[in-house]
Design a binder for this molecule. Structure first.
Ligand SMILES: [Zn+2]
Length: 126
């Protein structure tokens, strides 16, 4: 992999920042859609046909799984918020990776400058 320059990394970071500024409502968690029986003996679901679904948003709090029941009229909304959370999580992760690279490059550049200065000092003595 070709190493990027600091300018290239900063340009990438600017793109990510714009993506963050476009953030919409978001919600953390993973969505589960378990099937359930409605309780009616005459319904197909009583015979094992998957007919009714619920939506549950699960997340870990202090290592414990916490579930939030989502009413049907909010399903689409919550799915959108959850997608937005995943998108932003990815952007934040990429942003951190880029800034880590910028830090490493900065250290390398400083080392390079120091080496150049040293070699220049050495030159007149030869
Ligand atoms: Zn049913």
């Amino acid at each position: 992999m070709k190493t990027k320059t600091t300018q290239e990394l900063e340009a990438q970071r600017a793109v990510l920042l714009r993506q963050l500024r476009l953030a919409g409502p978001m919600i953390e968690g993973s969505i589960a859609m378990p099937s359930r029986k409605c309780g009616s003996a005459s319904c197909e679901c009583a015979h094992g046909v998957t007919k009714h679904r619920a939506m549950i948003l699960c997340k870990k709090v202090n290592g414990r799984s916490v579930a939030t029941y989502v009413p049907k009229d909010l399903w689409e909304q919550v799915q959108e918020w959850n997608r937005e959370h995943k998108r932003l999580k990815k952007v934040l992760k990429e942003m951190s990776a880029i800034n880590e690279q910028i830090i490493r490059l900065h250290v390398q550049d400083k080392r390079h400058d120091r080496d150049v200065r040293r070699s220049l000092k050495v030159l007149p003595e030869v």
